[in-house]
Design a protein around this ligand. Sequence first.
Ligand SMILES: [Zn+2]
Length: 154
Amino acid sequence: MAEKENIIIESGDRDQPFKYAIGMYGSMFFRELRDRRVFVGVKCPRCKKVYIPPRRVCGDCYEEMKEFVEVGPGGNIGTFTILRYAFIDPETGEQKPVPYGYGFIQLDGADTFFQHYIEIKDEKKVRIGARVEPVFSEERKGTIKDILYFKIVE
Ligand SMILES: [Zn+2]
């Protein structure tokens, strides 16, 4: 059996700049996360469903939504997975360290789930319904990485 070897094929020095506007609601969401460490959702005027992250139109009743509400920062795990299979992370080009947890979190006051990493320091505590809180990055830039992960709290 051959030794494990990572073969890297380089395509030269071509840059692929990838920028896009995230819109008014997305900008507000990431600005509040960056500046105040606050999760902003939006509430439907008809069915009262609270979406996180905020979106312009309710997916259930097609109402335009303009009422912004703070949700979280705590919540509960709705579902999760623990990834153990190593793969090349497209964001870094490096092998993603495994294992790591990823899940759908229902922040307090929200009706939808927010997807992010979940700390798995003690795997026995990672379960559906477990209480979690976000751990923020010290230097926040207005991206999803401003949240490092959600940690399990007792
Ligand atoms: Zn609605």
